[in-house]
Design a protein around this ligand. Structure first.
Ligand code: SAH
Ligand code: SF4
Length: 474
């Protein structure tokens, strides 16, 4: 493994991780002297499951440095925001929330404020933080997660602000400690970065080049998770369908799925996100064959119009996408399909938008994540003329959502009376529990808390557009 790591240039050198372990001990000593035994950290995560998974590794490192976790910034000695850059709205929220920390920091001078993640990896953002938010102590990008102990030590021991956003293609740091948020549901990253450069998307700019973890590392982690009580494992990557190319692992995603499916135990496998251009029949066959793989495919189409797909650099056509859906449904008649749509890409006309509407009617998605195009600095689309006003795009957006609501409502209504096996999750209302069907539709039902983390059968008794209600069944 060591030889392999050095040759591939994809993995963080183990000696670097050893160095960081030494800094972990140093931070612990400083913290004990300053706060007593239990300094408290508040960690908040914005954005996708990739960020949630990074935060689990950030929290694992903080835990090893001696931190315990609290639920509000007011109780914390360290506040960390792991940020998202995918749309402007996400960034605005972060600025708002960082601004709200100022009075807190004025009251509690030795509180440490840390910002990290995709948004910070962008130079114009970290410059803005440097200039306009002087009370932020540490800013680091997506490539520096494993250096947290060293960065924090510099902040603590030298009372110095640290900005670590050096550009990099990105490396994989194996073996970082992980603090998991939920026992039964686990996130398992299989790859990082993205090489697709969809013209609207900032992810390849802030997450570096596509790189895959080795199959053995993934399988070992999956086995550990299952042995530790995990009942649902979600494999994560920006484009899981191209798993295994860098470094060449000799195992593609279809084969990886089969190997995880072969692990003993009662658990369910989910994955996201699939890119249509790399979604092969081999993968769909593997999904159909593997009894532990949820029959749910999240396959973002973004647009139903060939000209827009080309401008987006998505590398498939509407017809190719629909062919895939047809094949997938032939193989898995109960397959639940979800997707992502962007409304109002630069230069899109109303007629082109209507092609997306016709596509979503044809596919009959279970649900959709629908976004109005958001201009991202540094992307190709940011330079394209974008004449349609936001108010007009919002109208199109509502039109599309109304069509999707009708499809979703019909689907949930048709589920009433049927029984589904779901993994029980907590629900905020006393006496209530939540679960999700294989197809990823939420069901609420009554039941005791002791069922949380177990599979149960639930009979659907009632349905709204996006949620089902049910009762425990035999
Ligand atoms: N890698 C995944 C998705 C990552 S981002 C994929 O390719 O499917 C999640 C979703 O955010 C995208 O599918 C897209 O619909 C949306 N998105 C990304 N950039 C956007 C932008 N600039 N404006 C609006 N939506 C965007
Ligand atoms: Fe962004 Fe496209 Fe990569 Fe998804 S595949 S992360 S949309 S560039």
């Amino acid at each position: 493994m060591d030889n392999f790591s050095d040759k591939s240039g994809v993995f963080v050198n183990p000696s670097e991780l050893e160095r960081q372990r030494k800094f972990t001990e140093l931070v612990k000593t400083v913290l004990t002297a300053r706060f007593g035994n239990e300094p408290k950290a508040f960690v908040h995560t914005y954005g996708c499951q990739g960020n949630v998974s990074d935060s689990e590794r950030i929290k694992g490192q903080l835990r090893n440095m001696g931190y315990t976790f609290v639920l509000s910034p007011e109780e914390a000695d360290l506040v960390l925001f792991n940020t998202c850059a995918v749309r402007e709205h996400a960034e605005d929220r972060v600025f708002g929330n960082v601004g709200a920390l100022k009075p807190l920091k004025e009251k509690k001078r030795d509180m440490i404020i840390v910002l990290c993640g995709c948004m910070m990896q962008q130079k114009h953002i970290s410059e803005r933080i440097k200039k306009s938010y002087p009370y932020v102590n540490l800013v680091f990008g997506t490539f520096a997660v494993h250096k947290l102990p060293e960065m924090l030590y510099t902040v603590l021991s030298r009372s110095k602000r640290v900005f670590e956003i050096s550009a990099s293609d990105g490396l994989i740091a194996e073996g970082l400690p992980t603090e998991r948020d939920s026992g039964a549901k686990a996130w398992l990253p299989i790859m990082y970065g993205c090489d697709n450069f969809c013209s609207y998307c900032v992810v390849p700019l802030v997450r570096g080049r596509e790189r895959s973890r080795l199959p053995e590392d993934i399988i070992n982690e999956a086995k550990e998770l299952i042995a530790g009580g995990a009942k649902e494992i979600t494999l994560l990557g920006q484009n899981v369908n191209s798993y295994g190319k860098n470094p060449d692992c000799g195992v593609n995603f279809a084969r990886l799925l089969r190997r995880i499916n072969d692990i003993d135990g009662d658990f369910i496998i989910r994955f996201m996100t699939s890119h249509p251009k790399d979604c092969t029949h081999e993968l769909l066959d593997a999904m159909a064959d593997c009894e532990k793989v949820a029959k749910h495919l999240h396959l973002p189409v973004q647009s139903g119009c060939d000209r827009i797909l080309k401008e987006m650099n998505r590398k498939y056509t509407r017809a190719q996408y629909l062919d895939l859906i047809r094949y997938a449904r032939e193989k898995m008649p109960d397959l639940s399909i979800t997707g992502d749509i962007i409304v109002g890409f630069p230069g899109e006309t109303y007629e082109e938008f209507l092609e997306t509407v016709s596509l979503i009617k044809e596919v009959r998605y279970t649900s959709l994540f629908t976004f109005i195009y958001s201009k991202r600095e540094g992307t190709k689309a940011a330079k394209m003329p974008d004449p349609v006003p936001y108010a007009e795009k919002s109208k199109w957006f509502r039109e599309l959502c109304a069509v999707q609501e009708e499809t979703a409502g019909k689907r949930t209504a048709s589920m009433v009376g049927k029984i589904y096996r779901v993994l029980t999750e907590p629900n905020e209302t006393e006496g209530k529990l939540t679960g999700r069907t294989e197809g990823n539709i939420t069901i609420e039902f009554d039941g005791p808390k002791k069922l949380i983390g177990q599979f149960v059968n639930v009979r659907v008794t009632d349905a709204l557009t996006w949620v089902l209600f049910g009762e425990l069944a035999e």
